[in-house]
Design a protein around this ligand. Structure first.
Ligand code: ATP
Ligand code: MG
Length: 471
């Protein structure tokens, strides 16, 4: 059951991978050296040295895999890199440690209760590393021969000849196998493995014997030795799946297809209990380990008092992940109560947190970040344009000036330029308002907008307000 589940999960993951340039796509890690000191600029990260170092210490604890149920809060002003640091941590964890990122507001949905949404997020962040022995066929492809049926309709058949340094065997191929081999573009000279249970074909590389064909291959070709010994062998493979993935596959109402759609709905308590028991059994038999991952809740002040109390409890479970939260709020009301508290988080939860704080950037850091963003977005920009953009970042905000990069490069392209210059920046600066100027405009022209706070000079909005009251 474990192996089959892992296989299905892998298929789903293979399908749902898309890469685009996003707000944090330039972040490739925390940029720390071996002694966890933050390098000024590294892996897309700039400055914010103390916070990055602190994040590195937490990361070290996570990688050891021993701690569970710790919680960290990253607190600081907007645009100081809190989310960026969390993304950096995710990047440094490697593919086998689950990392789940949600925003506090995501748990409010009509489809499931708040605590169900949080439970799912927790279980997405716990990995189960399953070890199993499988039979595989591994060797160098000597020849693939596919016979097309004369009629053009019948099933395809064929033969595959594989060899190791010691032996050579011919296998008959069915339609399904032919499809997988074609999909992987397997050809003579490739070293491949075939999982006997699932029929999954993986290409390991080209055989060294074929290294003289190098010119025709291109530089990305990987060369490997022709395998030794038997063609059929037993191999231990390790899959990591999350508890949530196991839950979904085993819940009768949703099943495997729900993993594709993401439409999982609520999962019954009994299902989870059964899975917990099963996983405990696997652990005892040495078939599986628990890999505590990371749950990142951004904008955590959006959670309410019930959620916070749920978190308190959930952190005490021995299968709890490491919880990282971020907020830009100061002392504010705890949602769902009339009490105020630092960051809008109740004191009993705050008491369990390690708090990392971020501070506003200096000019040098801003310029570096903007330069990195230009590279990420493939925008050429002149020195003085970057200088001006940095000035704008200081006066307005880092986010606003990051936005101007794409806009100014469009303006530059319109005038058929190749490098964004000061005039392009000036132009987009006048086209798009930042928050401060937008407020200014609203103050000046507020009578012309709906629902303004200025005293009743506008009959339309007044009428609307009274209507709202009576409704
Ligand atoms: N130290 C940094 N190095 C590189 N890029 C950074 C750094 N800090 C912030 N950025 C980039 O600046 C932008 C704003 O930062 P980010 O979104 O992390 O701010 P935040 O602290 O999460 O703000 P908020 O409180 O509004 O959520 C992002 O595109 C982010 O990737
Ligand atoms: Mg953020």
């Amino acid at each position: 059951m474990a192996a089959a589940a892992a296989q299905k999960v892998q298929e789903v993951r293979d399908i749902t991978r898309i890469e685009r340039i996003g707000a944090h796509s330039h972040i490739r890690g925390l940029g720390l050296d071996d002694s966890l000191e933050a390098r000024q600029v590294s892996q897309g990260m700039v400055g914010q040295v103390a916070a990055r170092r602190a994040a590195g210490v937490i990361l070290e604890m996570i990688k050891e895999g021993k701690i569970a149920g710790r919680a960290v809060l990253i607190a600081g002003q907007p645009g100081t890199g809190k989310t960026a640091i969390a993304m950096g941590m995710a990047q440094s964890l490697g593919p086998d440690t689950p990392f789940t990122a949600i925003a506090g507001s995501e748990i409010y949905s009509l489809e499931m209760g708040k605590t169900e949404a949080l439970t799912q997020a927790f279980r997405r962040s716990i990995g189960v590393r399953i070890k199993e022995e499988t039979e595989i066929i591994e060797g160098e492809v000597v020849e693939i021969q596919i016979d097309r049926p004369a009629s053009g309709t019948g099933a395809k058949v064929g033969k595959l000849t594989l060899k190791t340094t010691e032996m050579e065997t011919v296998y008959d191929l069915g339609t399904k196998m032919i499809e997988s081999l074609t999909k992987e573009k397997v050809q003579a000279g490739d070293i491949i493995t075939i999982d006997k249970a699932t029929g999954k074909v993986s290409k390991l590389g080209r055989s060294f014997n074929r290294a003289r064909d190098y010119d025709a291959m291109g530089p990305q070709t990987k060369f490997v030795q022709c395998p030794e010994g038997e063609i059929q062998k037993r191999k231990e493979v390790v899959h990591t799946v999350t508890l949530h993935e196991i839950d979904v596959i085993n819940s009768r109402t949703q099943g495997f297809l729900a993993l594709f759609s993401g439409d999982t709905g609520e999962i019954k308590g009994e299902v989870r209990e059964q899975i917990n028991a099963k996983v405990a059994e696997w652990r005892e038999e040495g078939k599986a380990d628990i890999v505590p991952g990371v749950l990142f809740i951004d904008e955590v002040h959006m959670l309410d008092i019930e959620c916070f109390s749920f978190l308190n409890r959930a952190l005490e479970n021995d299968m709890a992940p490491v919880l990282i939260m971020a907020t830009n709020r100061g002392i504010t009301k705890i949602r769902g109560t009339n009490y105020k508290s630092p960051h809008g988080i109740p004191l009993d939860l705050l008491d369990r947190l390690l708090i990392i704080s971020t501070s506003p950037y200096q000019e040098k850091d801003l310029r570096q970040i903007l330069t990195i963003r230009c590279e990420e977005e493939d925008v050429e920009m002149s020195e003085d344009a970057i200088f001006l953009l940095t000035k704008i970042a200081q006066e307005t905000s880092l986010r606003y000036s990051i936005q101007l990069i794409t806009a100014s490069s469009l303006v530059c392209r319109k005038r058929k330029g190749t490098e964004v210059n000061v005039d392009d920046i000036k132009r987009v600066y006048s086209l798009f308002l930042d928050e401060a100027r937008s407020t200014q405009v609203l103050k000046e022209y507020q009578t012309e907008f709906m629902f303004h706070e200025d005293e009743s000079t506008d009959p339309v909005s007044e009428a609307m307000e009274t209507e709202a009251e009576t409704a």
